[in-house]
Design a protein around this ligand. Structure first.
Ligand code: SAM
Length: 189
């Protein structure tokens, strides 16, 4: 089974809204949250920006909670999947979001490197070790009364700087079977 890399700490909704606007999420975008907690980020991406959105989460209770909220809000373009984010394939995803510590981000670099060159990776509060962000957003939250940092990485720029292996870490593609994200939307759930 999977290993939990970080505990659940939610991102404030107000900063997520602004961060996703800056990330250029538009109707039809495919957005993924790696470690989706209560599911708020995919719900915002779908409800406010018209994206298709997927949350991967290892904790059963959180997946169940997120699914209940999704049904209540009738968000047909959101999926929650119980999965270990160390075994996800990010091909064809437009925006990847992660609120994880730098240690956890280091551990999932091979997964991030499965994304396409056009993909934007956005991390909250913690940068990806060894990767140079193309932009850093400083967004003040009324909920937490503090400034939240969002680090934006374009995979094309990362590959140009350090190559596909992402600073020499591990394999480029996860070795265990991974979930194909587009197929999650093949039939209505
Ligand atoms: C800091 S919370 C962020 C929640 C949400 N993304 C947000 O920003 O509101 C990190 C989440 O990652 C989940 N997580 C930790 N390790 C994981 C793993 N190996 N696979 C999937 N989810 C994991 C935790 O259960 C937790 O819900």
């Amino acid at each position: 089974m999977g290993r939990r890399l970080n505990p659940f700490v939610p991102s404030p909704r107000d900063v997520l809204n602004r961060a996703f606007e800056e990330a250029g999420i538009v109707p039809g975008s495919l957005m993924v949250d790696l470690g989706s907690g209560d599911g708020r980020a995919p719900m915002i991406a779908a409800k406010e920006f018209g994206a298709k959105a997927v949350g991967f989460e290892i904790n059963d209770a959180l997946v169940h909670h997120a699914e209940q909220s999704r049904r209540r809000l009738r968000l047909n373009d959101v999926r929650y999947v119980k999965a270990d984010i160390r075994h996800v394939d990010l091909r064809s995803v437009d925006v990847v979001f992660a609120y994880l510590t730098s240690d956890a981000l280091e551990a999932i670099k091979p997964v991030l490197m499965t994304a396409d060159e056009e993909t934007l990776v956005m991390t909250h509060d913690y940068p990806i070790p060894g990767w140079e962000p193309s932009e850093v957003l400083r967004l003040r939250s009324d909920t937490t009364a503090r400034t939240h940092l969002f680090y934006l990485y374009r995979i094309r720029d990362v590959v140009r700087r350090i190559g596909r292996s992402g600073s020499g870490m591990g394999p480029t593609v996860p070795t265990t079977p991974s979930i194909s994200i587009r197929t999650l939307f093949d039939e209505d759930a």
